[in-house]
Design a protein around this ligand. Sequence first.
Ligand SMILES: [Zn+2]
Ligand SMILES: [Zn+2]
Length: 141
Amino acid sequence: MDREVEKRLRDHDVRYTKGRRGVVAALASSDGPKSASEMYADVSPAVPLSSLYRSLTVLEDAGVVVPHYGAKGLTRYELAEWLTGHHHHVICVQCGVVEDIAIPEPYESQVRKIVAEISGLVSFAPADHALEIEGRCSRCQ
Ligand SMILES: [Zn+2]
Ligand SMILES: [Zn+2]
C-alpha cells in the first residue's frame, strides 16, 4: 500500500514524509474512519498535531484520504476506496463510533441494482454509492 501511496503523491509532486506515513499507517490499521484527535493518539509524539493536520490536507488533496462527515459535525478520515476496497459504514447513534463493513457480493449486487433503480427515478447516472446504517453498536445495545 505504501508504494501505491508514494506513487500517487509523486504524481502530485508531494513527498511521502514520515508524518504522512504515520497518518496512512494509523488509518490502514483502523477498522473505520478516524478523527484527527483519534489519529493523534496513535502518532504522537512522533508527529505533532499541526503536522498531522497538514498531512491530512496534503493526503486529501492527492486523493489518498477522504473525509467522512459525522452527524454531530465531527469530521473523520479514511483511506480512499482505491486503496482499501469498496465498503460501507455502520454508525452508532449512541457513542458515535463509525465502522467499516464490506458486504458480501450477493448483497452488494442487490444494493447496486437498487441504487440504479432509484437513480433512474430522478434521471441520475450513478457512478458510486455508500451505504450508511445508523443504529446502536453491540456495546451500546
Ligand atoms: Zn455505540
Ligand atoms: Zn470506511
